[in-house]
Write a new protein. Structure first.
Length: 277
């Protein structure tokens, strides 16, 4: 039965991410899950920690934030694309979540391409330290596509952990990014969404990902996930040349220090880990 509920959650998560402008009402999502509205609401909240409405709102506004800083679409186009045909409702919901109107969020210097900050300041915007990190084994869900959409895979990972009572055996939430966005088409980018674990055997639906121990440059980024791409520009374009360090031939990974379900976007903390030689 747990597997059945898990399948329903994963099916609904995929539907939400694939149809941000569609009908994502409780009734519609209950139909996707093939469960009564009353029972679906309780199952969904128990397994995800959010109501359907809370998750839909969060995903829609995250998609909007990404589009505002990474696309040339008008605010009206973005609003409609994420299921807010009424601009006033969109602006109010966005400001409540991100602390700024969509227009101010787009224009904010903090979210401009980091190259501009680097040229002006000549130093990293975010603190960086070199640490010796331990080896880690991750339990993870594979993700293929734009890195900005890895949230859907984290939701799948969370649903699997909740339905099988795996959370007590999970530690840090981690995303591993295998490709370089400028060299690989967005649709082909490979990554993993999961958490470090001591599980001896990987449950069905999860993959084991090994992260070797070693020296790493760790940048602590504070703010919405939509700004992480700029932080990478800061790390590689400002800190790395000044530090005189050489990156190792290993992928970067991110450690998420707090929970986007309970922490405001401006307060999110992410450690960006760059393996060094």
């Amino acid at each position: 039965m747990a597997q059945s509920y898990e399948d329903r959650i994963l099916r609904v998560l995929t539907y939400i991410y694939d149809n941000p402008a569609g009908d994502l009402s409780l009734e519609a999502l209950a139909d996707v899950a093939a469960m009564s509205r009353f029972h679906w609401h309780r199952v969904f909240r128990a397994l995800t920690g959010e109501t359907c409405a809370q998750m839909v709102r969060r995903i829609r506004l995250h998609r909007a934030a990404m589009a505002l800083v990474q696309s040339d679409q008008t605010i009206e186009q973005i609003s409609c694309s994420v299921g807010y045909p009424n601009m006033r409702s969109f602006s109010r919901a966005f400001a409540e979540t991100y602390g700024a109107t969509p227009g101010a969020f787009r224009k904010s210097g903090r979210y401009l391409p980091l190259e501009q900050h680097v040229l002006k300041k000549g130093r990293p915007m975010y603190p960086v330290e070199i640490r010796n990190e331990p080896a880690r084994t991750l339990a993870a869900v594979a993700h293929k596509g734009p890195y900005g959409e890895i949230g859907r895979s984290f939701q799948k990972f969370a649903a699997i952990c909740a339905s099988r009572d795996l959370w007590p055996q999970m530690r840090e939430a981690i995303g591993v990014y295998l490709d370089i966005p400028d060299e690989v088409p967005d649709s082909e980018l490979r990554s993993f969404a999961g958490a470090s674990t001591d599980l001896a055997q990987m449950p069905e639906g999860l993959e084991a990902v090994e992260l070797p121990a070693g020296r790493m440059a760790v940048m602590t980024y504070k703010g919405p996930y939509s700004g992480i791409h700029g932080a990478y520009g800061d790390l590689f374009g400002s800190w790395l040349p000044q530090a005189g360090e050489e990156p190792a031939d290993q992928p970067c990974f991110e450690i998420y220090l707090n929970d986007p379900q309970v922490v405001a976007p401006e307060e999110l903390l992410t450690e960006i880990c760059l393996p060094l030689k």
